[in-house]
Ligand binder design. Structure first.
Ligand SMILES: Cc1cc2nc3c(=O)[nH]c(=O)nc-3n(C[C@H](O)[C@H](O)[C@H](O)COP(=O)(O)O)c2cc1C
Length: 169
């Protein structure tokens, strides 16, 4: 049974990191070895059997650390079971329906053979970086729209899928 999973994430304000940590926790409870790491700090994915990549959404694109990571590690990622998640919508839509990946993420999914993508609600609160972020919060359009029950259910499916994989080494 393959056991080592990387959950790499791109974040500006930390909420995607917390989703990645929640996913990692579920993978560990399922008996896998898993770690969440900022995508920008991962030099190689060689030691992992499977990878989950998550990105906060900014202006219709994944956070740049997530984009660069999939570009840089594309060859190795394509050889592993791979899942993507996005985090963004600052309303309940992500809990109500399936939100498709943004175009750049969709392209990367096709190129790398990503198994599944899911969009989770986002979070933007007091103290967020950047004036646009502060404007959104000041105008009452911020909040925490992450559904941790849905996040954990998704992670449990990923865990089950990883466990069904044949051994790589
Ligand atoms: C400047 C800015 C642009 C954003 N653009 C999008 C967007 O295009 N689509 C979306 O769903 N959410 C968008 N959001 C919401 C963020 O994706 C959300 O706050 C997310 O949780 C941020 O993740 P992070 O905390 O990991 O950085 C935007 C937020 C800001 C501040």
């Amino acid at each position: 049974m393959p056991g080592s999973v990387l959950v790499a994430y791109g974040t500006t304000n930390g909420s995607t990191a917390q989703i990645a940590e929640a996913v990692t926790e579920v993978l560990r409870k399922a008996g896998l070895t898993a770690e969440a790491r900022p995508a920008g700090t991962v030099a190689s994915v060689e030691s992992y059997d499977a990878v989950v990549v998550g990105g906060g959404l900014y202006a219709g694109r994944w956070h740049k650390d997530a984009r660069r990571f999939v570009r840089r590690q594309g060859r190795e990622l394509a050889r592993r079971p791979l899942w993507f998640f996005s985090s963004g919508p600052l309303d309940a839509t992500a809990s109500e329906r399936d939100i498709p990946p943004v175009p750049g993420v969709k392209k990367a999914m096709a190129r790398l053979g990503v198994r599944e993508h899911v969009t989770f609600g986002g979070c933007l609160e007091e103290g967020a970086k950047g004036w646009v972020a502060r404007m959104i919060v000041r105008n009452g359009k911020g909040g925490d729209f992450r559904d941790f029950t849905a996040i954990e259910e998704w992670a449990a499916r990923v865990a089950a899928d990883v466990q069904e994989e044949p051994e790589r080494r």
